[in-house]
Design a binder for this molecule. Structure first.
Ligand code: IMP
Ligand code: MG
Length: 181
């Protein structure tokens, strides 16, 4: 594995994102909705950098990936989140890859009665995101490689790494992802 982002770089970037959110949502009622499991570590760090008074919720979403290459069927927790009426909802996730998960969640969240819904991610694989899709805010743009650590997993492993690393094949080549369609 090759380190792409150190724990220190992530901490600095997360603090900068927190400052942007503090400024953008000052005076408004905000609820952060963390997307489990991958968004867990990012959510925990982000909320502790915010000065805004916020409420925190979580929702589960998973896209089954047997291989690192392909996103599979997307499953979203059908539970309706309560108490969001009139609040600004920030969907917090580890990564915006094709954008499928967060764009689908955004549609689901529209039914929760929130005053507004936006997305904030740690990583954005811009080149793989489908046309017209982008997170509202992000910390780092990264190339189309499969990464692990800081909450991101490969088959359930490596979530506890403090930094972000590129998963490499046995020969040492990075696991490069094909452009998404
Ligand atoms: P989407 O393609 O934007 O819907 O991303 C779907 C989900 O795939 C993300 O929330 C992650 O859980 C996972 N994912 C995408 N790229 C990576 C990666 O490089 N490493 C680990 N998980 C990833
Ligand atoms: Mg995820």
């Amino acid at each position: 594995m090759q380190e792409l982002l150190s724990a220190q770089q992530i901490a600095t970037g997360v603090a900068q994102l927190a400052a942007r959110l503090d400024a953008r949502f000052a005076g408004q009622p905000v609820t952060l909705v963390g997307v489990l499991d991958g968004g867990l570590v990012f959510l925990a760090d982000l909320i502790r950098q915010l000065r805004l008074p916020v409420q925190v919720e979580t929702i589960r979403a998973s896209s089954y990936r047997g291989a690192t290459q392909q996103a599979g069927e997307l499953w979203i927790d059908p539970r309706r989140l309560e108490g969001l009426a009139g609040r600004q909802v920030i969907l917090v996730d580890d990564i915006f890859d094709t954008g499928e998960t967060l764009e689908r969640l955004r549609e689901v969240a529209a039914g929760w009665g929130a005053a507004g819904v936006c997305t904030a991610v740690l990583l954005w694989k811009r080149a793989r995101s489908r046309a017209g899709r982008a997170p509202d805010d992000y910390v780092f743009e990264i190339p189309g490689l499969f990464v692990v650590g800081y909450g991101l997993d490969y088959k359930g492993e490596h979530r506890q790494l403090p930094g972000i690393a590129v998963l490499t094949h046995q020969g040492g080549d990075p696991a490069r992802l094909p452009p998404s369609t």
